[in-house]
Design a protein around this ligand. Structure first.
Ligand code: MG
Length: 383
């Protein structure tokens, strides 16, 4: 059961158009394929991450630092191996304003995530069990929502655009949408949410995401006004700017009954602990490609369960399906119903995903249950 070596391959695919969210724009789809080779011939393989600027730094950390640490280790010891990776003392350059501590920590945690997730695929293959069963097997299918509701880049009316998109998301088999808010005036955003509810009907799952767009009092104004419209919004996601998590979130939570969902901006389990105990949040959408992988995500999920907090997952359905299916307090898996936004999901896996009647089926093959298309990897790999 020994780990022989790791292999890591960065990919990037230019998107057909630019997508504009609350605080950012996206025009390409990068990701990293990670493989772990075991002495008995098993190969753990997965992909994850959506990081362009530091992609090569993450790849270098895996190649130069994490691979040597794992060679010869027993793949089954997931707690011990995770601690070994997490406690590495890595020097990624001088400490200075251009190199704040957050930057190298984020790179290291993404590198650990890529490796940890590939190790889980190898473990599942070794045991002959899908990863969601190893994590708890709470269910074998998970409701799907679509990330969308980007602001139109042309002069389409924003309310018409979101209504059309809701129709498309429904037609694509999703139960709901997560729509962007926070880039335009509050009243105009509220009109968009109202238009989405009208188009989706009563049972359509509707969530809103400002991508850390607001100061606390702006978020309070939005949530109080939104609540008055009685649109049954499932959650408000990442409402506050990066500099006022915890205390700011607690203030917002004291003013609104709309559930607050945060966590995709965090890279550690302990930060998630603080979001619950100090920020009073209701849902964590921690991302296992950012936080240290499936091992740490599951640790956070266990903590959250004991504190009556639900678990979501930011994007990455190829991994999230196992985490959400494995846990009874898991909520939805997220895809982009607009296939042009994440073409890799439909090209890279050879046998995924199956979506029926609003649910994604958990893969039942051992490990993560997804075979990656080697031609697609060859086509989009970065030299
Ligand atoms: Mg988000």
């Amino acid at each position: 059961m020994q780990i022989e070596y790791l292999e890591v391959i960065p990919l990037d695919l230019k998107l057909e158009q630019t997508y504009s969210g609350g605080t950012y724009k996206v025009d390409s789809r990068p990701t990293i394929v990670t493989r772990v080779y075991l002495s008995n011939g098993i190969v753990g393989e997965t992909y994850g991450g959506d990081e362009f600027h530091t992609q090569m730094e993450i790849v270098s950390v895996i190649r130069d630092h994490l691979d040597p640490l794992l060679r010869g280790e027993d793949v089954r010891d997931h707690q011990r191996l995770w601690s070994k990776l997490f406690n590495i003392n890595l020097d990624l350059g001088n400490r200075g304003l251009h190199q704040l501590d957050m930057h190298p920590r984020g790179i290291l945690l993404q590198a650990i995530s890529a490796v940890d997730n590939a190790l889980w695929d190898a473990r599942g293959k070794l045991y002959g069990v899908p990863v969601y069963k190893l994590l708890g097997g709470a269910r074998d299918r998970v409701p799907v929502i679509s990330i969308g509701g980007y602001y139109p880049v042309d002069d389409t009316d924003p309310c018409e655009a979101i209504a059309q998109e809701v129709d498309h998301v429904r037609a694509a088999g999703c139960m709901g949408i997560k729509m962007k808010v926070g880039r335009i005036e509050l009243e105009a955003d509220l009109e968009r949410v109202r238009a989405a509810r009208k188009a989706g009907g009563r049972d359509f799952i509707l969530t809103v995401d400002s991508n850390q767009g607001w100061a606390p009092h702006d978020a309070i104004r939005f949530c109080v006004a939104l609540e008055k419209l009685d649109l049954n919004v499932r959650w408000i996601e990442e409402p506050l700017k990066w500099w006022d998590q915890t205390d700011g979130l607690r203030l917002l939570a004291s003013k609104t009954n709309i559930p607050i969902n945060v966590g995709q901006g965090e890279i550690s389990g302990r930060a998630c602990r603080d979001l619950i105990t100090k920020g009073d949040v209701n849902i964590l959408n921690l991302d296992c490609t950012l936080c240290g992988g499936i091992t740490e995500w599951q640790r956070v999920a266990d903590m959250a369960s004991l504190m009556n907090v639900e678990m979501a997952h930011h994007e990455e359905p190829q991994l999230a399906i196992h985490l959400i299916a494995g846990n009874p307090h898991g909520l939805f898996v997220e895809i982009f119903a607009d296939r042009r936004r994440d073409p890799l999901l439909w090209m890279l896996p050879e046998n995924f995903p199956i979506i029926e009647n609003g649910y994604m089926k958990a893969p039942d093959a051992p490990g993560l249950g997804i075979t990656l298309n080697q031609d697609v990897i060859a086509k989009f790999r970065i030299a």
